[in-house]
Design a protein around this ligand. Structure first.
Ligand code: GLN
Length: 459
């Protein structure tokens, strides 16, 4: 199949799924032009793969808005390293995908450009913040997409939409060109229709980058682990991730996946990560603190939209631009973050959250030191919830992240894959690996994928 025909089909599918509101920008001209260029160059590892890009990752052809009014129409003068690497590998950039404003949220309801619909049930949310990317893969528009993870924003929507989402370890993929949110947490992360689709995208964009000093000084990830069973691997089930009130569908899906892991030869045993309960509270201090610092740059002078206030001075410019440009959740994070960092409160909130973060990371380190190779958990406490259900209660929205936040705080690799459905809604299972353990995690995920019918009703 020529890239030209891939381009034509992608355009038709983007048009046919417009009602999902999953894209913020795409152009027929840009897709067709790329296809012509790709058809004239030698094939690369991602040739023929159309990829959607979350709109907080900068591209030169299309605007980057972060789904915020404050960046309406903004076009970056440079391209993210990850995007350049995907293009070089032969991928076709299909579109920019909708998200929660500045990647803050778990439902993609916080986009200034309207919510994204769940492809299987328009009343429900696709998860977030990378909900547009997840929905585009789930709807079959593209086989893969880029999202970003700060605290679960790829794994959680992957679980809700029934696709694969891989958060690499912190430092595996360059953050250059990813609009900064929580800098000590942010990871560009791929979605795929299958484990293989997501893993190939991850491999192509991974590796050291002089433009991001926090990347590991390592070559691109090699997916060399050609395991045919899981013999010799010990998989831990952290009891804190299987609470008594876990959704019965999620529990049934996990039970089936755990049985499959055993059948594949893995030794499965219960473990404890005792500080898990501290992760969401710690995350929702560390994250707003970093977000408040990062968002200080949107001042009406340097980027995007500018509103001059009534007094006409600099303060009025800041106030008018930021007041009109930022949505409610962004303001909430700036207020919480600024408070948590302010003199007199920093020790009480920020320092304690950092201490809790270290304890959460130490739990993982201890489990992996005690002979655990991988952890298996549910990705989310419930399947996709209804639009509007958590919008007025930020704490309930934050608690949608209970099972994905801890590994983000620890910086270790983790991924979600479909493990069945309950009442028609997809269920996600999560594997978590030690630092630099991506290849083993992906190899195990591939085997689990082959062993399970991902759309079977489990209850
Ligand atoms: N739900 C989390 C938050 O709102 C996840 C964000 C993310 O990973 N980008 O912060």
């Amino acid at each position: 199949m020529t890239i030209h025909s891939v381009a034509r089909e992608t355009i038709a599918r983007l048009q046919a799924t417009a009602s999902l509101n999953a894209t913020l920008a795409w152009s027929e001209e840009a897709i067709t032009r790329q296809a012509a260029e790709l058809d004239a160059t030698p094939a690369g590892p991602l040739s023929g793969m159309a990829i959607a890009i979350k709109d907080n990752i900068v591209t030169k052809d299309l605007p980057t808005t972060c789904a915020s009014r404050i960046l309406e129409g903004y076009v970056s003068p440079f391209e993210a390293t990850a995007v350049t690497r995907l293009r070089t590998a032969g991928a076709l950039l299909a579109c920019k995908a909708n998200l929660d404003e500045f990647a803050m949220g778990s439902s993609t309801e916080h986009s200034a450009y309207g919510r994204v619909l769940h492809p299987l049930d328009p009343e429900r949310v696709p998860g977030g913040s990378s909900g547009g990317s997840a929905a585009l893969v789930a709807a079959g528009v593209v086989p893969a997409a880029l999202g970003s993870e700060t605290g679960g924003s790829v794994r959680q929507p992957a679980a809700f939409c029934g696709v694969v989402g891989i958060k690499p370890g912190y430092g595996r993929v360059s953050r250059s060109g990813l609009v900064a949110f929580g800098s000590s947490l942010d990871c560009i992360s791929p979605f795929g229709a299958t484990v293989d689709d997501a893993a190939r995208v991850l491999a192509a964009m991974s590796g050291a980058d002089p433009l991001d000093a926090t990347t590991h000084a390592l070559p691109p990830l090699e997916l060399a682990d050609a395991r045919t069973d899981l013999k010799g691997l010990t998989i831990g089930l952290p009891r804190e991730y299987f609470p008594a009130d876990l959704d019965p569908g999620i529990r049934a899906g996990c039970d089936r996946a755990i049985a499959a892991l055993r059948d594949l030869g893995a030794h499965v045993r219960e473990v404890s990560l005792p500080n898990t309960g501290a992760a969401v509270p710690a995350y929702y201090i560390v994250n707003p603190a970093e977000a408040a610092a990062n968002l200080a740059r949107y001042d009406g002078v340097r980027y995007g939209v500018r509103h001059v206030g009534p007094e006409g001075d600099l303060r009025a410019l800041y106030r008018a631009t930021r007041g009109r440009g930022f949505g409610a959740e962004v303001r909430r994070r700036i207020l919480v973050g600024t408070f948590a960092l302010s003199a007199g409160y920093a020790d009480r909130y920020y320092a304690r959250a950092q201490a809790a973060r270290r304890m959460v990371a130490a739990d993982f380190a201890q489990a992996f030191a005690d002979g655990i190779d991988l952890l298996f958990t549910p990705t989310t406490p419930t399947p996709a919830f209804r639009a509007g259900e958590k919008l007025d209660d930020p704490v309930q929205m934050y608690l949608a992240d209970v099972f994905v936040c801890p590994s983000s705080l620890a910086g270790v690799p983790a991924m979600s894959q479909p493990i069945g459905r309950s009442e028609g809604l997809p269920l996600g299972g999560q594997l978590i690996a030690p630092h630099l353990g991506e290849a083993t995690m992906i190899a195990a995920a591939r085997l689990l994928e082959a062993a399970l019918d991902p759309v079977a009703e489990v209850r």
